[in-house]
Design a binder for this molecule. Structure first.
Ligand code: PLP
Length: 281
């Protein structure tokens, strides 16, 4: 694979980042994952805009312009022959002597690579997934997409150990989000998902799905919900750039609705795939 590191396109075995990089030492970095379908980027603009916001919240420089970022994405997709998969992008504050204070003169490290992956025909879209609930003990700025992913990793491992697929995190009695996705329930035809705040990541797929749902004249309520409410809902699902819309059929061993994939999640997945493919660049 060809990867990108600070202005250079290199074979992955030759790409290097300093051991003093603050991304490595302090998780002082942010990232984005953009899906590729038919060799084109889904929602590139949304991801680039959220990246700029993450960087600005952490007082980090934008390493390249949005236009340059797009051409790097496109070049990697083409060089690596990615028809379906993803582009991973990471920006860290760069390399400097270890110090908690931000260094004044560090240059940001920009790294991008691609991964091929079958996302559209994922078996989970047909069968639905199961989730467990775990406490949300992450930091308080989940709206910034940082590379501090240890707790979400632990959550995923806890889910696997329990024979489930993922974990929904709960704070003050309410679901925040999944380990790497936003969480939704459907009750009496109303789509319910937690309102945006610093408690959750502002999913790019969330924004798109809610937009499409609105166009399709589906009812939406943006508010927190509990695990109990979710277990008693008609349907549940998650969204993320790499899973699109994926039905959730079991929560903490209790079936949601009929325990099978519901019509709202299926329809939203179809609309999402169709519309975002049309708008891909
Ligand atoms: N919430 C968390 C914690 C995530 O890590 C992600 C994606 O990685 C999402 C939500 C979904 O965001 P997006 O739709 O932009 O992929």
């Amino acid at each position: 694979r060809t990867v990108y590191v600070n202005g250079e396109y290199l074979p992955e075995t030759e790409a290097k980042v300093s051991i003093f990089d603050r991304g490595f030492l302090m998780a002082d970095g942010v990232y984005e994952v953009t899906t590729v379908l038919d060799g084109k980027l889904i929602d590139f603009d949304g991801h680039a805009t959220r990246l700029a916001r993450s960087l600005s919240e952490l007082e980090m420089k934008e390493p390249v312009t949005k236009e340059e970022l797009l051409s790097i994405h496109r070049k990697l997709v083409e060089e690596n022959g990615v028809d379906e998969g993803l582009v991973y992008l990471q920006v860290t504050r760069g390399a400097a002597d270890r110090d908690f204070a931000y260094p004044k003169d560090a240059e940001p490290t920009l790294v991008l690579f691609t991964q091929k992956k079958n996302a559209v025909n994922s078996p989970a879209a047909k069968t639905g997934i199961s989730v467990i609930s775990i406490p949300d003990i992450r930091w308080g700025r989940r709206d910034i997409k940082t590379v501090q992913l240890l707790y979400p990793s632990m959550g995923k491992m806890a889910a696997k150990a329990a024979g489930a697929d993922d974990a929904w995190m709960v704070e003050d009695g309410f679901v925040t989000e999944g380990t790497s996705n936003n969480a939704y329930i459907v009750k009496d035809g109303v789509i319910i998902t937690r309102n945006l705040s610093t408690h959750i990541l502002h999913g790019i797929t969330r924004a798109a799905v809610l937009r499409f749902a609105e166009v399709a004249q589906m009812k939406i309520e943006e508010r927190p919900f509990t695990i109990e409410e979710a277990q008693n809902a008609d349907e549940a699902f998650i969204t993320s750039a790499t899973s699109f819309v994926q039905p959730v059929v079991k929560i903490d061993d209790k079936a949601v609705g009929t325990g099978t994939v519901g019509p709202v999640a299926s329809r939203l997945r179809e609309i999402y795939l169709e519309e975002s493919r049309k708008a891909a660049i």
